[in-house]
Design a binder for this molecule. Structure first.
Ligand SMILES: Cc1ncc(COP(=O)(O)O)c(C=O)c1O
Length: 445
């Protein structure tokens, strides 16, 4: 449920977007808004102050609050409905709280700043991460946890490390996170694809590949997959782990958005084999700030030494200041409180998106995912190409992404678009999806 504070911010943002409030125009008085929204003056003041920090409005002493110029680039981009940007929702990120943590960290970790520290991260942060990971059913001691410069770094480093099974091939879902396709192919390797769709994964095919090929690891995004937005059931996850055990294949479980899962009983694959068969990675980019470049990996004992060497060779260690700030953010309880709010907000985004898909997509178009409000895909009807729809919608100020690059060449589908509603205002989601539906109808003629 959104609070009055959120509602006021949303209301002003949409008045600015729709140009009901133009550059230099005065905002409603605080007293008037408090009455209109049936809330305290303090709540309105807090909301206005947040909008001021975001440079959307400014205050003039004794006169009130005014809209910042609509000729500014920031304002122009807000006219668009952006389903491409996959960063977190800016209005919900705890930027100021983190700033306080950074300020504290620069004092607390002063000594550490004058020297190099451990490649796998600050011991005190690893302890906090170990404790916090338990909330996600990931039980791992601090010495198996590596702090990395974004989870992408751990995923990337693992490609080149020799694994205890001495196998060479890498298996990925199809479609998958395109940066990881780049990570693998840039090493001259050709990944094996496993199709996933709204019906899940073909476990017989996965078993065949595990049995017949020399698979080093299977890279999987077990919930809120990028780009499909699909999540495996517990039964599927258990089955995949059993297959990995049976055929001596490792699993790299990219749980980049595990924090946003509202299903209390949903386990990560790691929970089905915490011994090291499943290498678990988690990101702070979608739930905190991507610019921090913070993530973690839970490694098997057998890979600790080689991973430490590779991490040292890559960047010695992740910056102490951001690590220290994360430790303070976690230990103070701020993270927990933030995540609980965020989970509800993203769930709401997902619900709005799904409803909009059902209402506005024409027959012949299908969608996947949408549960977290982060990623989902739309399959276009007939032979319609995603790139044509992308171009058409751009002219209508709706930005969507062609998903073609998220497939390996042999699995390529050119009729899928990816949507993220993370940075789209809740009230704009249905408007944008309707424009997508109308666009599909127009191009199908
Ligand atoms: C599936 C998936 N895994 C990992 C990452 C990378 O996260 P990080 O910013 O922690 O490197 C992303 C980023 O979008 C992603 O979509």
């Amino acid at each position: 449920m959104s609070t009055k504070y959120d509602e006021i911010i949303g209301e002003i943002q949409s008045r600015l977007d729709d140009e009901q409030l133009k550059s230099g125009e005065k905002l409603p008085s605080i007293r008037k808004f408090a009455k209109e929204f049936n809330c305290s003056i303090n709540t309105v003041l807090k909301a206005y102050s947040e909008l001021e920090k975001a440079h959307l409005i400014y205050s003039v002493p004794k006169s009130g609050y005014f809209a910042v110029g609509s000729d500014m680039p920031k304002q122009q981009t807000q006219m668009k409905i952006d389903f491409v940007s996959a960063g977190p929702d800016k209005s919900r990120m705890p930027y100021r709280d983190y700033q306080h943590c950074m300020n504290q960290a620069i004092e607390i970790y002063k000594e550490e700043m004058f020297q190099y520290s451990h490649p796998l991260g600050l011991a005190s942060l690893r302890q906090q991460l170990s404790a916090q990971a338990k909330d996600l059913q990931v039980f791992a001691p601090p010495d198996r946890i590596a702090v990395v410069s974004g989870s992408q770094q751990a995923l990337d480093l693992l490609i080149s490390l020799p694994f205890p099974n001495n196998k060479k091939e890498i298996c990925v879902e199809q479609p998958t996170h395109f940066s990881y396709i780049d990570s693998i192919t840039s090493r001259g390797l050709k990944p094996i694809g496993i199709e996933v769709n709204q019906n899940g994964i073909d476990l017989n095919n996965l078993e065949k590949v595990f049995r017949e090929r020399s698979v080093k690891f299977f890279y999987t995004v077990s919930r809120f997959q990028n780009p499909t937005g699909c999540s495996y059931t517990n039964q599927e996850k258990k089955h995949i782990v059993e297959l990995a055990q049976k055929y001596d294949v490792y699993i790299i479980e990219d749980d980049y958005m595990g924090d946003l899962d509202t299903r209390k009983k949903a386990d990560p694959m790691f929970a089905y084999d915490p011994s090291g068969r499943v290498i678990y990675t988690k990101s702070f980019s979608k739930v905190l700030l991507p610019g921090l470049r913070l993530g973690l990996a839970v490694l098997p004992e057998a890979l600790l030494k080689s991973f430490t060497q590779a991490k040292f060779a890559a960047d010695v260690h992740t910056p102490v200041l951001t690590q220290g700030a994360l430790e303070i953010y976690l230990s103070s309880g701020m993270f927990k409180a933030h995540i609980e709010k965020l989970r509800r907000q993203y769930k709401k985004k997902g619900t709005i998106l799904k409803k909009a898909y059902l209402e506005h997509l024409p027959p012949g178009a299908a969608f996947t995912g949408g549960d977290s409000g982060f990623y989902s895909t739309v399959e276009l009807p007939g032979r319609m190409k995603a790139k044509h729809l992308v171009e058409y919608l751009q002219k209508k100020n709706v930005l969507v992404q062609d998903a073609t690059g998220m497939y390996l060449p042999e699995y390529r589908q050119e009729n899928r678009i990816r949507l993220s509603v993370s940075q789209v205002d809740d009230r704009k989601i249905a408007v944008g999806v309707k424009k997508i539906g109308d666009g599909i109808r127009t191009l199908a003629k």
